[in-house]
Design a protein around this ligand. Structure first.
Ligand SMILES: NC(=O)c1ccc[n+]([C@@H]2O[C@H](COP(=O)([O-])OP(=O)(O)OC[C@H]3O[C@@H](n4cnc5c(N)ncnc54)[C@H](OP(=O)(O)O)[C@@H]3O)[C@@H](O)[C@H]2O)c1
Length: 231
């Protein structure tokens, strides 16, 4: 039986993907701070915080309990809008979104290499290319995450381990904040994209296409605007 570990699956994209994999016959271990509310004979939940000192050990135990892990999806994420009275929230985005994925890699990749293969998928964002005064920690964490995973993927591919960096625009979950959310897709659509990614194992997936083009066009604008911003 194929076994997946989904990190960050209490709700949102991680939960919807967990449900889809279970209905496709996978065994799934989910990991997040709260329970995912799933009852299934092929599902195990591990309550853990990716920023906690004990996280690598918890993940190690979860991997050992699962046997061979063919797939690991890093779907944990936070992203608060900038509040100058709570700069810790910006640090938290970097801890969860960027350091969390690096700590996950430390545990999961050696196991995949030892097993002769595997697939690591990280949910980054089209925001990875923007300078964002509205959410600096989030944009920086996603820039780092994409750079880290794309580079890691290039190094690991000859060793049989695939790494896919998935860059969504807006997906209809509690994460998608803000009054304007152009070209937002449903969670089901996001899961369809992920399922295709599991089959084809590309290095990078950017979706939807029109939002990808728009973000690419906004990239230089966001840099100039940040520099010229007036008091
Ligand atoms: N929604 C969008 O518009 C969008 C767009 C592009 C990219 N993404 C990315 O896709 C990923 C999933 O987003 P989503 O929309 O599904 O968000 P979501 O609905 O807010 O879900 C986030 C998940 O992360 C888990 N999580 C948060 N902090 C954690 C921690 N410290 N330790 C362990 N788990 C933690 C949460 O569970 P607990 O709270 O129980 O821990 C939850 O299951 C994120 O990385 C996000 O940046 C989302």
């Amino acid at each position: 039986m194929r076994h997946a570990i989904i990190i960050g699956n209490t709700d949102g994209i991680g939960l919807a993907l967990t449900r889809r994999l279970l209905s496709d016959g996978w065994a799934v271990t989910g990991l997040s701070r709260r329970a995912a509310g799933l009852e299934h004979d092929r599902y195990v939940h591990v309550a853990a915080d990716v920023t906690a000192a004990g996280y690598p050990a918890e993940l190690e135990r979860a991997c050992a309990g699962a046997g061979r892990v063919e797939l690991c999806v890093y779907a944990a994420g936070v992203g608060d809008l900038l509040d100058l009275d709570d700069l810790a929230a910006q640090t938290r985005a970097i801890e969860v979104n960027l350091l969390g994925v690096a700590r996950t890699v430390e545990v999961v990749v050696p196991r995949m290499l030892a097993a002769g293969g595997g697939h690591l998928v990280g949910l980054s964002s089209l925001a990875d290319s923007l300078i964002s005064p509205e959410a600096p920690g989030y944009a920086a964490s996603k820039a780092g995450m994409s750079s880290f995973l794309i580079a890691l993927g290039a190094a690991l591919r000859p060793r049989g381990v695939a790494v896919s960096t998935v860059r969504f625009g807006f997906v209809d979950t509690k994460m998608a904040k803000g009054a304007v959310r152009p070209m937002m897709i449903t969670v089901d659509r996001a899961v369809d994209v992920l399922i295709r990614c599991l089959r084809t194992r590309p290095a990078v997936v950017s979706y939807p296409r029109r939002m990808t083009l728009l973000t690419a066009a906004l990239r230089p604008v966001s840099r100039i605007q940040a520099r010229l911003r007036k008091r």
